[in-house]
Design a binder for this molecule. Structure first.
Ligand code: MN3
Length: 200
């Protein structure tokens, strides 16, 4: 079994003008594809060759000599999760079950959006901002580089990629503008609710 590059769940121009077709072309067809290819090279002929992506990530996370495999495999997972975290006509006020949880755990949508943006903008260097379920509570977290809440016993609900390759073509150095648009226009609340439902 080899790890496959999944298709984007929408056309490359579906998120424009918030994320351009050109950004998605580089981000999916070059960056995500490279992580997939590297992962397959690392696992070829090893005991991990027939494992699922999640099993590969878990095994590599525990092995200090498999850091490069971890980085690539986790980035494969994080990017597939990212594509589904965004949707055309997404963003804005949370809907469904997660909306109630945001009210409870963050004292409202406005406070949530402010805290998420501060975390995403404040992540120094490359990484990810996440809404996760941790011990039954919603929390905002950031991870550096390829790190993922999956290996820290938390359930990711959605993520925003804050590596420069995610926004530089459209926003140059203006990460705060990109994060604001991500929250206002892109978050796929149906995906968030499906993840929340599955975690119960
Ligand atoms: Mn990326």
């Amino acid at each position: 079994m080899t790890i496959q590059l999944p298709d984007l769940p929408y056309r490359k121009d579906a998120l424009a003008p918030h994320v351009s077709a050109s950004t998605l072309e580089f981000h999916h067809d070059k960056h995500h594809a490279a992580y997939v290819n590297n992962t397959n090279k690392f696992i070829a002929g090893t005991e991990l060759a027939d494992k699922s992506l999640e099993e590969i990530i878990a095994a590599a996370a525990k092995a200090p000599d498999k850091k490069a495999l971890f980085n690539n495999a986790a980035q494969v997972w994080n990017h597939t999760f990212l594509w589904n975290s965004m949707a055309p006509n997404g963003g804005g006020k949370a809907r469904g079950a997660v909306a109630e949880r945001i009210e409870q755990d963050f004292k409202g949508t406005g406070a949530f959006a402010e805290a998420f943006a501060a975390a995403a903008v404040g992540q120094f260097g490359s990484g990810w901002a996440w809404l996760v379920l941790d011990g039954g509570k919603l929390k905002i977290e950031t991870t550096a580089n390829a790190d993922t809440p999956l290996v820290h016993g938390k359930t990711p609900l959605f993520t925003c990629d804050v590596w420069e390759h995610a926004y530089y073509l459209d926003y140059q150095n203006r990460r705060p503008d990109y994060v604001k648009v991500f929250l206002d226009k892109l978050v796929n609340w149906d995906f968030v609710n499906a993840n929340l439902q599955r975690a119960r």
